[in-house]
Design a protein around this ligand. Structure first.
Ligand SMILES: CCCCCCCCCCCCCC(=O)SCCNC(=O)CCNC(=O)[C@H](O)C(C)(C)COP(=O)(O)OP(=O)(O)OC[C@H]1O[C@@H](n2cnc3c(N)ncnc32)[C@H](O)[C@@H]1OP(=O)(O)O
Length: 172
C-alpha cells in the first residue's frame, strides 16, 4: 500500500514487558469512558485490543451506521480514531503508557457500513521516549488492505501528564 511515512532507519528494538498481557488476551481498558475502548460510553468505538505473541496487537470493529461519512461508508476521522486507539494500546506490551504525537492514515478503499474492520498494529522500535508503530486494516481478507497507518507516540508519566485535568472533568 502506498504511504509517505518513513520511520527512522536506526530504531532501537524493543522487547515485551515480563508482565505484559498474554497472547490472545484482551489488553485492559485505559478507563471505562475512553472513547476508543471504554465500555461505559454510549457513542464510543468499544474496541477490544488483543495482545499478539510478539510486539503486535489486533482488534475488530463493526462499522455501524453512526460512523458514516460519505454515503454508505465510514468517516475518515472515525477510522483514524480507531487506528489511534489500536496503535496507542500496543505500547502497553512494553510497559509504556503513551500519548499520540503523530498519526498518519492512508485510505486505500471505501469501507462500507455493515462491514467489520480487522486491525493489526505492531511496534517498530523506539528512539528515546518516541515509540514508532505501523498498522493496517482489512475487511476479512488479510491480503486486501483497505487502510494503513503510521503512528508516533511518546511515553509519559501518567500521573503527571493528566494531573492538571483530574480536577476538571474526569469520568473514570
Ligand atoms: C487513567 C488514564 C490512563 C492513560 C494511559 C495511556 C493512554 C493511552 C491512550 C492511547 C489511545 C489514545 C491516544 C491519544 O489520543 S492521546 C491524546 C492526543 N495526544 C496528546 O494529547 C499529546 C499532546 N502532547 C503532549 O502532551 C506533549 O507533546 C508530550 C507530553 C507528548 C511530549 O512533550 P514533552 O515536553 O514531554 O517532550 P518533548 O516535547 O521533548 O517530546 C519528546 C520527543 O518527542 C518528539 N516529538 C514530539 N512531538 C512530535 C511530533 N509531532 N512529531 C515528531 N516528533 C515529536 C520530540 O521532538 C522529542 O523527541 P527528541 O527531540 O527528544 O528526539
Amino acid at each position: 500500500m502506498k504511504h509517505a511515512f518513513v520511520p527512522p532507519a536506526d530504531l532501537e528494538p524493543l522487547v515485551r514487558h515480563p508482565k505484559a498481557t498474554g497472547p490472545g488476551q484482551h489488553i485492559g481498558l485505559h478507563h471505562s469512558t475512553c472513547f476508543g475502548c471504554g465500555d461505559d460510553t454510549p457513542l464510543g468505538l468499544h474496541l477490544k485490543v488483543i495482545a499478539g505473541d510478539d510486539l503486535s496487537v489486533t482488534a475488530q470493529m463493526p462499522v455501524v451506521d453512526w460512523m458514516q461519512g460519505g454515503p454508505g461508508v465510514i468517516h475518515g476521522g472515525v477510522l483514524s480514531a480507531a487506528f489511534d486507539e489500536v496503535t496507542g494500546t500496543a505500547p502497553l506490551l512494553i510497559g509504556a503508557p503513551v500519548v499520540t504525537v503523530h498519526l498518519e492514515v492512508d485510505f486505500a478503499k471505501p469501507i462500507p457500513l455493515g462491514s467489520t474492520l480487522h486491525f493489526e498494529a505492531r511496534i517498530l522500535g523506539k528512539q528515546g521516549r518516541k515509540i514508532y508503530l505501523a498498522a493496517s486494516a482489512h475487511l476479512g481478507d488479510p491480503e486486501q488492505i483497505v487502510a494503513s497507518a503510521h503512528a508516533l507516540f511518546v511515553t509519559i508519566d501518567v500521573q503527571k501528564h493528566f494531573a492538571e485535568h483530574y480536577d476538571k472533568r474526569v469520568i473514570l
